[in-house]
Design a protein around this ligand. Structure first.
Ligand code: NI
Ligand code: MN
Length: 227
């Protein structure tokens, strides 16, 4: 049984596995790249990587409408709880067996302040082992770090990496990340949403093809990859 990854624009992702839908960082309203509207999202679970507005996005509205359980760090879980949203708090290095698979929070070098100025704890990425055995690493917003090699050790079917620069890794560091992670498939994200993160993803993809064994896929918002 195959799992499906869908890029929804900027840092928004969806994973469909075993009849469950996991929506990641659902910033849809006011996202120039969004492939769907917030009222079209119908997840069973939502993962929020950090507190920034372009990641928390429409989480509260979608979670209330769909009753999706939100998975995030404990500080953001508390903030969401105060807004009437049910959230499951985890922390970096900690994994949990959710109905769709084992999700572990990874380190991410970034900020995490919430839109209203509340403390959003530490930013995170996610490493997911689905119930069908696929391993997916979504770095979310981060700079490059050499421990990415550890996240790749068990083998990765897919890595999703930011290439936008300015706020996260740029193309050069994202290429180094591919070399550390050694994923089977890699997808770039978090670029071209706004002028400060404009990048030529096809040029980056060409370098990945030349310098690594990874299969790189430059997905347009709304496009999917079967794993
Ligand atoms: Ni951010
Ligand atoms: Mn961001």
């Amino acid at each position: 049984m195959s799992d499906k990854y869908t890029f929804l624009g900027h840092g928004v992702h969806q994973i469909d596995t075993g009849g469950q839908t996991l929506l990641i960082d659902p910033f849809l309203t006011n996202n120039p790249q969004a492939a769907i509207r917030a009222d079209q999202a119908n997840p069973d679970f939502i993962f929020v990587s950090h507190g920034h507005g372009d990641h928390v996005g429409d989480t509260v509205e979608i979670a209330k409408r769909t009753s999706a359980l939100v998975i995030c760090n404990a500080e953001i879980a508390g903030w969401l709880g105060n807004k009437g949203v049910t959230a499951h708090g985890q922390h970096i290095g900690g994994g949990y067996h959710h109905p769709f698979g084992y999700l572990k929070l990874t380190i991410a070098f970034h900020g995490s302040g919430l839109p209203d100025g509340a403390n959003g704890g530490n930013p995170a990425g996610m490493h997911l082992t689905t119930n069908t055995g696929k391993k997916i690493y979504i770095a979310c917003d981060t700079g490059l770090f050499s421990d990415m090699a550890l996240y790749g050790e068990g083998g990765l079917d897919l890595a999703v990496l930011p290439i936008g620069d300015n706020y996260t890794m740029g193309p050069n560091d994202a290429l180094k990340a591919v070399k550390l992670l050694k994923p089977k498939h890699v997808v770039p994200c978090h670029y071209n949403t706004w002028p400060p993160i404009a990048q030529d993803a096809e040029a980056w993809a060409a370098r990945v093809r030349t310098e690594t064994d990874a299969q790189v896929h430059v997905l347009k918002p709304g496009e999917s990859l079967d794993l």
